[in-house]
Design a binder for this molecule. Structure first.
Ligand code: 3HC
Length: 298
């Protein structure tokens, strides 16, 4: 397989936009695709303000940032974006039917040799590969939020993924400055999210059964365990919608009731409180995304 030089990311949400930024900063020609021009414009604005801040703080040079934006395109034209791509990283919504239909489209549009990777942590690639005619080139490449800060990347093939594909994705991830975790066999949630979920499940249980407030549980994680943020703060950062859909996707795969979202998470999801991105989740957030008081409804 030729070296990867062009990366396409499908989805300009929190994950997709930052995956694209990191690829461009790492020297790859990169295209971020979304259905909505507005979503792309919002993503570009966010990234520009993040990069401005990094330059102000001396974390990057203006030259590196300008060069990265020169390599980074935003478009709604998926077919044109992938016509000459080497890899597509799908970072759309956590819904298997949507992911299968995107992969089938990409299979028809991208060059024969292109790898089709998904950023999903819960929908394993064996459930997507047969939507394409290139199952050996399909795998999971799972990043963490915020991608600009969190260096980890889990790489997971299904039984039919070729070693050549996994090696190429591994090389790309390392070139993007990632610490690679190779997951040897598929399991929903892979490694990091399974560790995180164990903590989150216990946190939700303690809260729902009235042992402590969610703020105090967050304080315990931060102040007793030195986690950078508590499990409820982290749900707000990742998105309650994402956390909820991950639980649903896991339940579809395991059929195990313990995989279902906790009642409090369901209530939060059903009321449209998705966390930082909607201004309200477990906590309230201002326009700048700064955390305010705990959500008085919970
Ligand atoms: N995007 C990009 N960069 C960000 C950011 C964001 N959303 N939030 C913070 N940063 C960067 C900024 O450079 C910021 O510095 P600045 O404000 O001076 O520019 C720097 O991080 C420090 O941020 P803060 O001072 O606001 O706060 P912290 O020191 O607490 O750091 C954090 C923020 C990096 C998010 C840290 O709290 C943390 O590591 N939290 C845990 C995150 C985590 O566990 N992520 C994994 C989630 S699981 C997942 O993603 C899997 C998926 O499948 C759901």
């Amino acid at each position: 397989m030729a070296d990867i030089s062009h990366v396409t990311v499908i989805g300009s949400g929190t994950m997709g936009s930052q995956i694209g930024m990191v690829a461009a900063l790492s020297g790859f020609r990169t295209t971020v695709v979304d259905l909505s021009e507005d979503a792309l414009a919002a993503a570009e604005k966010q990234l520009r303000s993040r990069m401005e801040r990094d330059v102000e703080k001396g974390r990057r040079t203006q030259g590196d940032v300008d060069a990265a934006f020169d390599r980074l395109d935003f478009t709604t034209d998926q077919a044109a974006a992938v016509a000459e791509t080497d890899i597509v990283i799908e970072a759309a919504v956590e819904n298997i039917e949507i992911k299968r239909s995107i992969l089938a489209e990409l299979d028809a549009q991208a060059p024969e040799g292109a790898i089709l990777a998904t950023n999903s942590s819960n929908i394993v690639s064996s459930r997507l590969a047969d939507a394409t005619n290139r199952p050996e080139k399909v795998c999971n490449m799972h990043f963490f939020n915020p991608v600009l800060v969190m260096k980890a990347c889990e790489i997971v093939g299904h039984e039919g993924t070729s070693e050549e594909t996994l090696a190429a994705v591994d090389t790309l991830a390392r070139a993007m400055g990632r610490d690679v975790i190779r997951v040897r066999r598929e399991i929903p949630g892979f490694v990091a999210n399974r560790l995180l979920n164990a903590l989150r499940t216990e946190a939700l249980k303690l809260y729902e059964e009235g042992y402590a407030s969610f703020e105090d549980i967050d304080t315990a994680a931060r102040s007793a365990l030195r986690h950078p943020m508590g499990p409820f703060e982290l749900m707000d950062l990742v998105g309650i919608d994402v956390a909820y859909l991950i639980r649903k996707a896991e339940y579809e795969q395991t059929g195990d009731e313990s995989s279902l979202p906790a009642a409090a998470m369901e209530r939060m999801y059903n009321t449209g409180n998705y966390g930082k991105k909607t201004g309200k989740g477990w906590y309230e957030y201002d326009d700048q995304g700064r955390k305010g008081r705990p959500n008085p409804d919970f």
